[in-house]
Design a protein around this ligand. Sequence first.
Ligand code: NAD
Ligand code: TYD
Length: 339
Amino acid sequence: MKLLITGGAGFIGSNFVHYWLKNHPEDEVTVLDKLTYAGNLRNLETVVDKIKFVKGDICDRELVFSIVKDIDTIVHFAAESHNDRAAMDPESFVRTNVLGTFTLLDAARLNGLKRFHHVSTDEVFGHLPLGAGFFNENTPYAPRSTYPASKAAADHFVRAYHITFGLPVTISNCSNNYGPYHFPEKIIPLFICNLKEGKKVPVYGDGLYVRDWIHVEDHCRGIEAILLKGKIGETYCLGGKDSEVSNLELTKKLLALTGRDESFIEYVKDRPGHDRRYSIDYTKAKSELDWEPRINLDDGLKATVQWYADNQAWVDKIRSGVYQEYYKRQYGKDESLTL
Ligand code: NAD
Ligand code: TYD
């Protein structure tokens, strides 16, 4: 395959680049990434000689069309992805997540690509009450805040391009990921970094919000299974292995793994429009793709805490902002990378 991986310098995208090169070394990989605050070329440091990296915007039609000429498959990760930022700056979410996806779809359609895989989230389905129900592929869309609203709009465009133009698409709607290269603004890496530095961890509201955590490697295997065995035009829901916990339970696990006590918990003001619970029923992926998650939360968290301990230099460069200098040194360009 000749793959274009958008957002390949971000958390899940970079894990996917590593996963794909390891398991499909014969394939050609191009990464297109704007290197926003969430993009970090250091995530690809060890494979930079094995890929073609293009710094650019998925909304840049001319650039996208020129790249897609040499590609047969797009795996689309690039997005604005953080709910707290979405409440402050919804416009950038509409631009990248909706207009950017549309631009890629149009390039894929007009260049006759073999596959467009769109990486989406379970947050498009809205939220569930505590202790009852699951999301699956038949759950109606009901996003409640601007990040999932923009992802939902993108999902609809992907399906419309399949129905209207016959573009060979697949979609995955996955639950909350964690693992290596996770930017420390999301709860798990933020709390690991704070606790290691002896700082308190901000638990929003009552801390009883529930997420269905999936290790990023299981997510990458799921996307691989969809690319290799998925049916064109179909959606697959991917979720974690017995990993539904409240934020408070999650925090207590991280306290134990970092040797801190409950005095490090700080309850803070709640997030506006905070979704109560997400939970995925992945029966379809299991029966049609023979995929299921393998990494349970305790093992995955232990490995993740260890990864952050082993990669202190990566953490320090992000926490200080120095990571944004790496592109200039690597590629000898003097463009300033803005936050
Ligand atoms: P991330 O924020 O870590 O990475 C996003 C990447 O996209 C960054 O490298 C950024 O530089 C790049 N990017 C942003 N705007 C761009 C633009 N206009 N042009 C080109 N590149 C741009 O996000 P993530 O957590 O790795 O999520 C990746 C995808 O997976 C997203 O589509 C997200 O909606 C989806 N997803 C995430 C999760 C999760 O728990 N993190 C769960 C399910 C689905
Ligand atoms: P987050 O990691 O931002 O992912 P998402 O919004 O996609 O679910 O948040 C996960 C949960 O953790 C969510 O219920 C909000 C909560 N949270 C906190 O309690 N404190 C924090 O500092 C952060 C970042 C999140």
